[in-house]
Write a protein that binds this ligand. Sequence first.
Ligand SMILES: Nc1ncnc2c1ncn2[C@@H]1O[C@H](COP(=O)(O)OP(=O)(O)O)[C@@H](O)[C@H]1O
Ligand SMILES: [Mg+2]
Length: 280
Amino acid sequence: MSDGDAADAVNTADAPAIEANGLRYAYPDGTPAVDGVDVTVESGERVALLGPNGAGKSTLLQLLGGLIDPDEGTVRYFGETEDADTVRGRLSVLTQNPADYLFNPTVREDLAYGPTQQNLRDGEAEARVDRVAERLDLDELLSKPPFRLSGGQQRRAALASALTVEPDVLLLDEPVSDVDAANRETVLDLFDELAADGTTVVVSTPDTELVPQVADRVVLLDGSGRVAATGSTRAVLTDTTLLTDCDLRPPQVVRLFDGLADDPPLTVDAARDRLDGDDI
Ligand SMILES: Nc1ncnc2c1ncn2[C@@H]1O[C@H](COP(=O)(O)OP(=O)(O)O)[C@@H](O)[C@H]1O
Ligand SMILES: [Mg+2]
């Protein structure tokens, strides 16, 4: 192998999971939802798409996941291809509507649907369903018709169906809205485990409190389908003016520590650690 080949091999392994350039998308009624957006998501990164209602988060997530095609611009996956279908098995997208994923007679069949398309060895699809259901406390719901589930249960079931394909990249639109506190903890713990295993996770949310729990980097969208800023979670969440300009508020703890500490904690847990140490 020549040096050039070696460099190529390394580059491919290190290529961004998703690289989007110049994305534009307007809905048929003319609403410009995404208006010239560049986003790069490195492999293994945890990224939040943060913005107010109507900022274009859901549209951008669908563009990044190849569910809709941009009017202009490109999305490239793993440095290799612009065709989302060729990487479909490595990518799982959870849109904002759980009902998109729940169309079988039972929750179990919905969770098994993705893996049964994947040519797995016998029993593997069922094993994955059982594993994910146990992990997300869905065992009791597996035999139910999905339309009988509550809103939060449906969202967790839809999330589970995105996980049973064991994707390299997860794109999740507001994955814990309507989910109660205990289940939210369970879901967020699972995201931590997935990230530790190298899964790339992109979460869209309007909730600045959620961001430090799910992302190391933020793509901040303003109210008009454009990127207002990208930066570390800390840099974005402590920039009060920037957030206010985007109709968002910094997390409560950041506001509490404003003026008291140069580098405020971002979460209640981090604040408690700080106070325990008597060191604001
Ligand atoms: N199907 C649609 N038809 C027309 N306009 C839409 C449609 N879906 C979303 N929009 C508009 O596109 C913009 C971006 O929406 P969306 O991506 O859902 O934002 P977010 O997820 O950040 O709340 C908003 O102005 C919204 O009203
Ligand atoms: Mg949305």
